[in-house]
Design a protein around this ligand. Structure first.
Ligand SMILES: Cc1cc2nc3c(=O)[nH]c(=O)nc-3n(C[C@H](O)[C@H](O)[C@H](O)COP(=O)(O)OP(=O)(O)OC[C@H]3O[C@@H](n4cnc5c(N)ncnc54)[C@H](O)[C@@H]3O)c2cc1C
Length: 359
């Protein structure tokens, strides 16, 4: 058996564990210093900005297209294996456009997507008003509707992936911290991992430790935190039935059912001294934008308010999916920044292709 150790059990580590569990001949262990989905994943809104993203070619688009395709099979597959429902909004994403925005950019994107086999619909202000009466259309100059984009509950997805992977024999160890790797590859090529629970012998190591990845090796890329704050509100009645995620000016309004909505998220960079602190004014700004889009949100009671840290790689594009420099059997699957939930399935497939080659 080929021993694979995955370090980190956020959405990325869990997706890799599940994907690899389908390859025969692997003995897979996932190690996390915390309970699952407590890092960046625990704060995410799970909006899958795939088809409606402005990425149209190269790796950035290929990863998105791959993930969007895989999500459609992954969610039902995991639900069938676990018997548990994963909240997965299939109503799409509605992106509102405001004065000053160039609608030509969206027309162009819609044409590109059509050629790529995906659909984007451009809506006039009148169409938005007629279809979505809960939206205040005064400042809206049009919208783009993406019926094939999705939103998923990131924590329930991660827990589902873990349970499905466990069914297939993957071993999970929580509360176990992995120590930094040796500076150089050992002659055997098989890196052994020192952990707070002893040494693990491995044939492959996958570093999916998000923000913790940098400190696991001096060769790992520097990954810096970008803070995000979000809020969950409870309304007395739904804003509407079967709503898509409504997006405008980088604010998402995410319908959850039971008259509840997630609203977020702020994007807050560290100060020049490296301090990362939630700024309440930024969250107020997000809430004000959300209420301007859907005035019905103003009546909402705040159920929960939270923040999390997105893992952003310095000096290279997100995400980082490659061999750790100087190591033939250590893979980095990290630095997913704002799109880790979106890109976890594609990341897992790439890792499977690399590890599966030799299995
Ligand atoms: C407010 C907010 C909203 C977001 N919204 C979205 C969204 O709508 N859509 C989207 O796609 N993305 C979104 N994101 C981004 C997304 O959350 C991240 O990109 C994603 O969760 C990264 O997943 P991960 O598994 O790499 O990292 P994490 O979830 O942080 O998991 C890494 C794990 O590694 C473990 N670890 C670290 N070091 C060690 C060690 N030495 N030993 C053992 N374990 C270790 C940690 O305990 C942690 O559990 C959002 C993020 C935030 C903060």
């Amino acid at each position: 058996m080929v021993k694979v150790v995955i370090v980190g059990c956020g959405v990325v580590g869990a997706a890799i564990a599940y994907e690899l569990s389908q390859v025969s001949g692997l003995e897979i262990t996932v190690v996390d210093q915390n309970p699952p989905a407590q890092g960046s994943t625990g704060a995410a809104l799970g909006v899958l900005v795939g088809i409606i993203s402005q990425k149209t070619k190269g790796r950035a688009w290929e990863l998105r297209a791959r993930s969007m395709k895989r999500y459609e099979t992954l969610v039902p597959e995991v639900e069938a294996l676990t018997g548990e429902r994963i909240p997965y909004n299939r109503q799409g994403i509605l992106n509102l456009c405001f004065a000053g925005e160039n609608l030509g950019v969206w027309e162009n994107l819609a044409q590109i997507r059509q050629a790529q086999g995906w659909e984007l619909k451009l809506l006039t202000t009148e169409q938005v008003q007629a279809q979505y009466p809960q939206i205040n259309c005064d400042p809206v100059i049009g919208a783009v509707y993406s019926p094939q984009d999705r939103q998923v509950d990131p924590v329930k997805l991660t827990l589902g992936l873990i349970k499905a992977a466990q069914h297939r024999g993957v071993n999970f160890q929580f509360g176990v911290t992995v120590e930094p790797l040796p500076v150089r590859e050992q002659s055997s090529q098989n890196p052994s991992l020192c952990t707070s629970a002893g040494t693990l012998r491995t044939d492959w190591v996958i570093l999916a430790a998000g923000l913790g990845s940098s400190s696991l090796s001096p060769q790992a890329p520097e990954i810096r935190p970008v803070l995000g704050q979000a809020i969950q509100v409870q309304l007395a009645q739904e804003l509407g039935e079967d709503l898509p995620v409504i997006t405008g000016e980088d604010v998402h309004i995410v319908p959850l059912g039971d008259q509840q909505y997630w609203i977020g998220a702020t994007v807050e960079f560290p100060t020049p001294t490296g301090e990362v602190k939630a700024d309440s004014e930024k969250l107020d700004g997000v809430m004000a934008k959300a209420r301007a889009i859907c005035p019905g949100l103003a009546q909402g009671a705040i159920l929960r308010q939270w923040s999390g840290l997105r893992p952003r790689p310095e000096g290279q594009a997100a995400p980082v999916i490659e061999r750790l420099s100087g190591f033939s059997h250590v893979l980095l699957a990290t630095g997913h920044y704002r799109n880790g939930v979106l890109l976890a399935p594609a990341t897992a497939q790439i890792v499977r292709e690399i590890v599966g080659e030799g299995a």
